[in-house]
Design a protein around this ligand. Structure first.
Ligand SMILES: C[S@@+](CC[C@H](N)C(=O)[O-])C[C@H]1O[C@@H](n2cnc3c(N)ncnc32)[C@H](O)[C@@H]1O
Length: 356
Protein backbone atom coordinates (compact mmCIF):
# COMPACT_ATOMS: atom_id res chain seq x y z
CA UNK A 1 0.00 0.00 0.00
CA UNK A 2 2.10 2.91 -1.30
CA UNK A 3 5.57 3.73 -0.13
CA UNK A 4 5.08 3.27 3.57
CA UNK A 5 8.52 1.93 4.58
CA UNK A 6 9.89 1.55 8.09
CA UNK A 7 9.26 3.88 11.02
CA UNK A 8 12.17 4.15 13.44
CA UNK A 9 11.70 6.25 16.59
CA UNK A 10 14.86 7.60 18.21
CA UNK A 11 16.04 10.22 20.69
CA UNK A 12 15.23 13.71 19.37
CA UNK A 13 18.41 15.20 17.91
CA UNK A 14 19.85 11.80 16.98
CA UNK A 15 17.91 11.44 13.71
CA UNK A 16 21.10 11.72 11.56
CA UNK A 17 22.71 8.86 13.51
CA UNK A 18 19.57 6.73 13.30
CA UNK A 19 19.31 7.46 9.55
CA UNK A 20 22.98 6.63 8.95
CA UNK A 21 22.61 3.39 10.87
CA UNK A 22 19.53 2.10 9.05
CA UNK A 23 20.91 3.15 5.64
CA UNK A 24 24.15 1.31 6.32
CA UNK A 25 22.39 -1.78 7.65
CA UNK A 26 20.00 -1.88 4.67
CA UNK A 27 23.04 -1.62 2.38
CA UNK A 28 24.68 -4.66 3.98
CA UNK A 29 21.51 -6.66 3.24
CA UNK A 30 21.57 -5.46 -0.37
CA UNK A 31 18.34 -3.51 0.13
CA UNK A 32 18.12 -0.02 -1.44
CA UNK A 33 15.91 2.69 -0.02
CA UNK A 34 16.62 6.02 1.59
CA UNK A 35 16.16 7.62 5.00
CA UNK A 36 13.86 10.62 5.37
CA UNK A 37 14.18 12.66 8.50
CA UNK A 38 13.65 16.00 10.09
CA UNK A 39 15.89 17.37 12.81
CA UNK A 40 14.48 16.98 16.34
CA UNK A 41 11.40 15.09 15.10
CA UNK A 42 12.31 12.00 17.18
CA UNK A 43 11.99 9.58 14.28
CA UNK A 44 13.33 8.47 10.93
CA UNK A 45 11.44 6.90 8.06
CA UNK A 46 13.15 4.53 5.66
CA UNK A 47 11.40 4.69 2.30
CA UNK A 48 11.76 3.57 -1.30
CA UNK A 49 11.29 -0.14 -0.56
CA UNK A 50 9.04 -2.60 -2.35
CA UNK A 51 6.77 -4.72 -0.16
CA UNK A 52 9.12 -7.74 -0.13
CA UNK A 53 12.27 -5.82 0.75
CA UNK A 54 10.34 -3.87 3.40
CA UNK A 55 9.35 -6.98 5.32
CA UNK A 56 12.78 -8.58 4.72
CA UNK A 57 14.57 -5.53 6.06
CA UNK A 58 12.29 -5.32 9.09
CA UNK A 59 13.00 -8.97 9.95
CA UNK A 60 16.73 -8.50 9.32
CA UNK A 61 16.89 -5.70 11.90
CA UNK A 62 16.07 -7.21 15.31
CA UNK A 63 15.24 -4.33 17.64
CA UNK A 64 17.90 -5.32 20.18
CA UNK A 65 20.58 -4.93 17.48
CA UNK A 66 19.74 -1.34 16.59
CA UNK A 67 21.78 1.31 18.32
CA UNK A 68 19.99 4.59 17.68
CA UNK A 69 16.51 3.31 16.76
CA UNK A 70 14.37 2.39 19.74
CA UNK A 71 12.14 0.23 17.56
CA UNK A 72 11.52 -0.41 13.90
CA UNK A 73 8.04 -0.86 12.52
CA UNK A 74 6.95 -2.00 9.09
CA UNK A 75 4.29 0.52 8.06
CA UNK A 76 1.39 -0.75 5.94
CA UNK A 77 -0.64 2.44 5.63
CA UNK A 78 -0.07 6.19 5.96
CA UNK A 79 -3.12 8.41 6.45
CA UNK A 80 -2.76 12.15 5.95
CA UNK A 81 -5.18 15.06 6.00
CA UNK A 82 -7.42 13.34 8.55
CA UNK A 83 -10.56 15.14 9.65
CA UNK A 84 -10.28 15.81 13.41
CA UNK A 85 -14.02 15.11 13.69
CA UNK A 86 -13.66 11.58 12.35
CA UNK A 87 -10.30 9.89 12.38
CA UNK A 88 -11.87 6.51 13.04
CA UNK A 89 -13.56 5.83 9.67
CA UNK A 90 -10.38 6.22 7.51
CA UNK A 91 -8.43 3.94 9.90
CA UNK A 92 -11.14 1.27 9.76
CA UNK A 93 -11.20 1.60 5.95
CA UNK A 94 -7.44 1.19 5.75
CA UNK A 95 -7.70 -1.87 8.00
CA UNK A 96 -10.39 -3.47 5.84
CA UNK A 97 -7.85 -4.48 3.18
CA UNK A 98 -5.46 -6.05 5.69
CA UNK A 99 -7.75 -8.97 6.57
CA UNK A 100 -5.71 -9.34 9.76
CA UNK A 101 -6.78 -9.81 13.36
CA UNK A 102 -4.40 -8.06 15.74
CA UNK A 103 -3.84 -9.12 19.33
CA UNK A 104 -3.23 -5.67 20.83
CA UNK A 105 -3.36 -1.99 19.93
CA UNK A 106 -0.36 0.21 20.70
CA UNK A 107 -0.89 3.97 20.40
CA UNK A 108 2.39 5.83 19.86
CA UNK A 109 3.83 9.20 19.00
CA UNK A 110 7.39 10.49 18.56
CA UNK A 111 9.31 11.31 21.74
CA UNK A 112 9.84 14.94 20.76
CA UNK A 113 8.27 18.32 21.59
CA UNK A 114 5.57 17.99 18.91
CA UNK A 115 4.89 14.38 19.91
CA UNK A 116 4.21 15.28 23.53
CA UNK A 117 1.21 17.37 22.46
CA UNK A 118 -0.17 14.19 20.90
CA UNK A 119 -0.13 12.15 24.12
CA UNK A 120 -3.70 13.11 25.09
CA UNK A 121 -5.00 12.44 21.59
CA UNK A 122 -3.24 9.06 21.55
CA UNK A 123 -5.12 8.14 24.73
CA UNK A 124 -8.57 9.32 23.68
CA UNK A 125 -8.34 8.18 20.06
CA UNK A 126 -6.86 4.87 21.26
CA UNK A 127 -9.95 4.18 23.38
CA UNK A 128 -12.32 4.92 20.49
CA UNK A 129 -10.21 2.95 18.03
CA UNK A 130 -9.90 -0.09 20.31
CA UNK A 131 -13.67 -0.33 20.59
CA UNK A 132 -14.15 0.28 16.83
CA UNK A 133 -11.58 -2.34 15.84
CA UNK A 134 -13.10 -4.95 18.16
CA UNK A 135 -16.54 -4.30 16.74
CA UNK A 136 -15.40 -5.12 13.18
CA UNK A 137 -13.16 -8.00 14.28
CA UNK A 138 -9.72 -6.49 13.52
CA UNK A 139 -8.71 -6.68 17.17
CA UNK A 140 -9.16 -9.78 19.32
CA UNK A 141 -11.80 -9.43 22.03
CA UNK A 142 -9.14 -9.74 24.74
CA UNK A 143 -5.46 -8.72 24.50
CA UNK A 144 -3.56 -11.60 22.91
CA UNK A 145 0.25 -11.27 22.98
CA UNK A 146 0.71 -14.16 20.52
CA UNK A 147 -0.88 -12.26 17.64
CA UNK A 148 0.75 -9.29 15.86
CA UNK A 149 0.28 -5.90 17.50
CA UNK A 150 -1.30 -3.02 15.61
CA UNK A 151 0.84 0.09 16.13
CA UNK A 152 -0.82 3.41 15.41
CA UNK A 153 1.78 6.16 15.27
CA UNK A 154 0.40 9.70 15.50
CA UNK A 155 2.77 12.08 13.70
CA UNK A 156 0.31 14.99 13.89
CA UNK A 157 -3.36 15.46 14.69
CA UNK A 158 -4.20 14.75 11.03
CA UNK A 159 -1.38 12.36 10.10
CA UNK A 160 -0.79 8.80 11.26
CA UNK A 161 0.93 5.55 10.35
CA UNK A 162 -0.42 2.03 10.74
CA UNK A 163 2.13 -0.71 11.32
CA UNK A 164 2.11 -4.36 12.25
CA UNK A 165 4.55 -5.43 14.97
CA UNK A 166 5.83 -8.94 15.55
CA UNK A 167 5.49 -9.50 19.33
CA UNK A 168 8.56 -11.81 19.30
CA UNK A 169 10.73 -9.09 17.83
CA UNK A 170 9.54 -5.87 19.42
CA UNK A 171 10.50 -4.10 22.60
CA UNK A 172 7.95 -4.81 25.32
CA UNK A 173 7.48 -1.06 25.86
CA UNK A 174 5.35 1.41 23.92
CA UNK A 175 7.60 3.34 21.53
CA UNK A 176 10.59 1.36 22.82
CA UNK A 177 10.59 3.50 25.98
CA UNK A 178 10.67 1.64 29.30
CA UNK A 179 8.97 3.69 32.00
CA UNK A 180 11.24 2.99 34.94
CA UNK A 181 10.70 4.63 38.29
CA UNK A 182 13.64 5.94 40.23
CA UNK A 183 13.64 4.36 43.69
CA UNK A 184 13.62 6.96 46.50
CA UNK A 185 16.97 5.72 47.84
CA UNK A 186 18.75 5.46 44.47
CA UNK A 187 22.03 7.40 44.74
CA UNK A 188 21.58 9.00 41.29
CA UNK A 189 19.36 9.12 38.22
CA UNK A 190 22.14 7.21 36.47
CA UNK A 191 20.89 4.11 38.29
CA UNK A 192 18.09 4.04 35.70
CA UNK A 193 20.64 3.79 32.89
CA UNK A 194 22.10 0.53 34.19
CA UNK A 195 18.64 -0.77 35.07
CA UNK A 196 17.45 -0.07 31.54
CA UNK A 197 20.66 -1.51 30.05
CA UNK A 198 20.04 -4.79 31.83
CA UNK A 199 16.43 -4.89 30.61
CA UNK A 200 17.14 -3.74 27.10
CA UNK A 201 20.48 -5.30 26.20
CA UNK A 202 19.86 -8.69 27.86
CA UNK A 203 16.81 -10.95 27.65
CA UNK A 204 15.26 -12.21 30.90
CA UNK A 205 16.84 -15.58 30.31
CA UNK A 206 20.29 -14.04 29.73
CA UNK A 207 19.98 -11.96 32.88
CA UNK A 208 19.16 -15.06 34.90
CA UNK A 209 22.08 -16.97 33.34
CA UNK A 210 24.78 -14.28 33.44
CA UNK A 211 23.98 -12.05 36.40
CA UNK A 212 23.74 -13.85 39.70
CA UNK A 213 23.79 -13.00 43.35
CA UNK A 214 27.24 -13.57 44.85
CA UNK A 215 29.16 -12.52 41.72
CA UNK A 216 31.95 -9.93 41.81
CA UNK A 217 31.74 -6.64 39.92
CA UNK A 218 33.88 -3.55 39.45
CA UNK A 219 32.33 -0.13 38.76
CA UNK A 220 34.75 2.42 37.23
CA UNK A 221 33.69 6.04 37.74
CA UNK A 222 31.15 4.92 40.32
CA UNK A 223 30.27 8.09 42.28
CA UNK A 224 27.72 8.83 43.61
CA UNK A 225 26.97 5.12 43.26
CA UNK A 226 23.86 4.55 41.11
CA UNK A 227 25.31 1.70 39.05
CA UNK A 228 27.03 0.09 42.06
CA UNK A 229 23.72 0.26 43.94
CA UNK A 230 21.85 -1.48 41.06
CA UNK A 231 24.42 -4.28 41.07
CA UNK A 232 24.39 -4.56 44.87
CA UNK A 233 20.59 -4.80 44.80
CA UNK A 234 21.01 -7.78 42.45
CA UNK A 235 23.23 -9.34 45.15
CA UNK A 236 26.63 -8.69 43.53
CA UNK A 237 29.66 -7.57 45.54
CA UNK A 238 30.97 -4.38 43.97
CA UNK A 239 34.32 -2.61 44.08
CA UNK A 240 33.48 1.01 43.31
CA UNK A 241 36.35 3.07 41.90
CA UNK A 242 36.07 6.85 42.07
CA UNK A 243 37.76 9.75 43.81
CA UNK A 244 34.35 11.26 44.47
CA UNK A 245 32.12 10.30 47.41
CA UNK A 246 29.51 7.50 47.30
CA UNK A 247 26.00 8.09 48.65
CA UNK A 248 25.06 6.62 52.03
CA UNK A 249 22.33 4.53 50.38
CA UNK A 250 24.98 2.84 48.24
CA UNK A 251 27.32 2.15 51.17
CA UNK A 252 24.31 1.04 53.21
CA UNK A 253 23.85 -2.01 50.97
CA UNK A 254 26.89 -3.52 52.72
CA UNK A 255 28.01 -4.99 49.38
CA UNK A 256 30.00 -2.06 48.01
CA UNK A 257 33.68 -1.40 48.70
CA UNK A 258 34.74 2.13 47.74
CA UNK A 259 38.32 2.72 46.55
CA UNK A 260 39.67 6.19 45.81
CA UNK A 261 41.65 5.27 42.71
CA UNK A 262 42.09 6.12 39.06
CA UNK A 263 39.80 3.98 36.92
CA UNK A 264 42.39 3.90 34.15
CA UNK A 265 45.06 2.41 36.41
CA UNK A 266 43.39 0.23 39.01
CA UNK A 267 43.06 -3.54 38.32
CA UNK A 268 41.51 -6.26 40.50
CA UNK A 269 43.60 -8.92 42.25
CA UNK A 270 41.30 -11.64 40.79
CA UNK A 271 39.14 -11.74 37.65
CA UNK A 272 35.63 -10.36 38.17
CA UNK A 273 32.31 -11.43 36.61
CA UNK A 274 31.25 -7.92 35.57
CA UNK A 275 33.02 -4.69 34.72
CA UNK A 276 30.83 -1.60 34.43
CA UNK A 277 32.07 1.87 33.53
CA UNK A 278 30.38 5.26 33.34
CA UNK A 279 33.50 7.46 33.41
CA UNK A 280 33.13 10.67 31.45
CA UNK A 281 36.03 10.22 29.05
CA UNK A 282 36.76 10.00 25.34
CA UNK A 283 35.00 6.97 23.79
CA UNK A 284 38.30 5.81 22.34
CA UNK A 285 39.95 5.64 25.78
CA UNK A 286 36.98 3.91 27.41
CA UNK A 287 36.58 1.31 24.62
CA UNK A 288 40.32 0.58 24.72
CA UNK A 289 40.23 0.16 28.51
CA UNK A 290 37.26 -2.23 28.31
CA UNK A 291 39.13 -4.26 25.67
CA UNK A 292 42.23 -4.42 27.89
CA UNK A 293 40.28 -5.74 30.89
CA UNK A 294 38.49 -8.41 28.83
CA UNK A 295 41.53 -9.50 26.81
CA UNK A 296 43.80 -9.62 29.86
CA UNK A 297 41.19 -11.69 31.71
CA UNK A 298 40.38 -9.17 34.45
CA UNK A 299 36.65 -9.26 33.63
CA UNK A 300 34.36 -11.73 31.91
CA UNK A 301 31.59 -9.36 30.79
CA UNK A 302 31.19 -5.61 30.59
CA UNK A 303 28.62 -2.85 30.36
CA UNK A 304 29.83 0.66 29.68
CA UNK A 305 28.87 4.05 28.33
CA UNK A 306 30.45 5.78 25.37
CA UNK A 307 29.90 9.53 25.67
CA UNK A 308 29.29 11.27 22.35
CA UNK A 309 29.78 15.04 22.66
CA UNK A 310 31.44 15.19 19.21
CA UNK A 311 29.82 16.01 15.83
CA UNK A 312 30.41 12.79 13.87
CA UNK A 313 28.67 10.55 16.37
CA UNK A 314 27.79 7.67 14.06
CA UNK A 315 31.37 7.44 12.73
CA UNK A 316 32.74 7.55 16.27
CA UNK A 317 30.43 4.75 17.43
CA UNK A 318 31.23 2.59 14.38
CA UNK A 319 34.95 3.12 14.77
CA UNK A 320 35.08 2.28 18.48
CA UNK A 321 32.77 -0.74 18.25
CA UNK A 322 34.58 -2.12 15.19
CA UNK A 323 37.98 -1.68 16.83
CA UNK A 324 36.84 -3.34 20.05
CA UNK A 325 35.18 -6.16 18.13
CA UNK A 326 38.32 -6.93 16.12
CA UNK A 327 40.55 -6.76 19.19
CA UNK A 328 38.33 -9.27 21.02
CA UNK A 329 38.26 -11.54 17.97
CA UNK A 330 42.02 -11.40 17.49
CA UNK A 331 42.43 -12.35 21.15
CA UNK A 332 40.26 -15.43 20.45
CA UNK A 333 37.47 -14.32 22.82
CA UNK A 334 34.02 -15.57 21.87
CA UNK A 335 32.18 -12.45 23.02
CA UNK A 336 29.41 -10.42 21.40
CA UNK A 337 28.85 -6.68 21.43
CA UNK A 338 25.44 -5.10 21.83
CA UNK A 339 24.92 -1.37 21.86
CA UNK A 340 21.92 0.90 22.26
CA UNK A 341 21.14 4.47 22.94
CA UNK A 342 18.87 3.88 25.89
CA UNK A 343 15.95 6.10 26.77
CA UNK A 344 17.87 7.19 29.88
CA UNK A 345 21.04 7.86 27.87
CA UNK A 346 21.60 11.43 26.80
CA UNK A 347 24.57 12.22 24.54
CA UNK A 348 25.86 8.69 24.89
CA UNK A 349 25.21 5.05 24.11
CA UNK A 350 25.47 1.98 26.33
CA UNK A 351 27.43 -1.06 25.23
CA UNK A 352 27.40 -4.61 26.59
CA UNK A 353 30.07 -7.22 25.92
CA UNK A 354 28.54 -10.61 26.60
CA UNK A 355 29.20 -14.31 26.05
CA UNK A 356 27.74 -15.81 22.86
C1 LIG B 1 28.58 10.12 35.22
S1 LIG B 1 29.43 9.95 36.72
C2 LIG B 1 29.05 8.32 37.20
C3 LIG B 1 27.68 8.14 37.73
C4 LIG B 1 27.48 6.75 38.29
N1 LIG B 1 27.50 5.74 37.25
C5 LIG B 1 26.19 6.61 39.05
O1 LIG B 1 25.38 5.79 38.66
O2 LIG B 1 25.99 7.30 40.05
C6 LIG B 1 31.08 9.84 36.23
C7 LIG B 1 32.08 9.59 37.32
O3 LIG B 1 33.30 9.20 36.72
C8 LIG B 1 34.34 9.61 37.59
N2 LIG B 1 35.61 9.56 36.88
C9 LIG B 1 36.00 10.27 35.80
N3 LIG B 1 37.28 9.93 35.47
C10 LIG B 1 37.67 8.99 36.36
C11 LIG B 1 38.86 8.24 36.54
N4 LIG B 1 39.91 8.39 35.73
N5 LIG B 1 38.91 7.35 37.56
C12 LIG B 1 37.87 7.18 38.37
N6 LIG B 1 36.70 7.86 38.26
C13 LIG B 1 36.62 8.76 37.26
C14 LIG B 1 33.89 10.98 38.05
O4 LIG B 1 34.51 11.30 39.29
C15 LIG B 1 32.38 10.80 38.17
O5 LIG B 1 32.02 10.54 39.52
Amino acid sequence: MGDAGLYLPCRAGFEPECAAEVTERAGTFGVGGYAKTERDSGYVRFLGLDATSQSQLCRALPWRELIFARQRLSVFAELQGLDPKDRLTPVLEAMAGSGQVFGELSMEHPDADVGRDLAGLARSFGNALRAGLRKVGHLSAKDDARKPTLHVVLLAGNHLLLAAGDPDNSPPWVGGIPRLKLAHDAPSRSALKLEEALLSLLSAEERARWMKSGQQAVDLGAAPGGWSWVLARAGLSVTAIDNGPLADSAMGTGLIKHLHSDGFRWRPPHPVDWLVCDMVEQPKRVAALMGDWLIEGDARRAIFNLKLPMKKRWQEVREQLDTLHSRLQQAGLDLQLRARQLYHDREEITVAVLPR
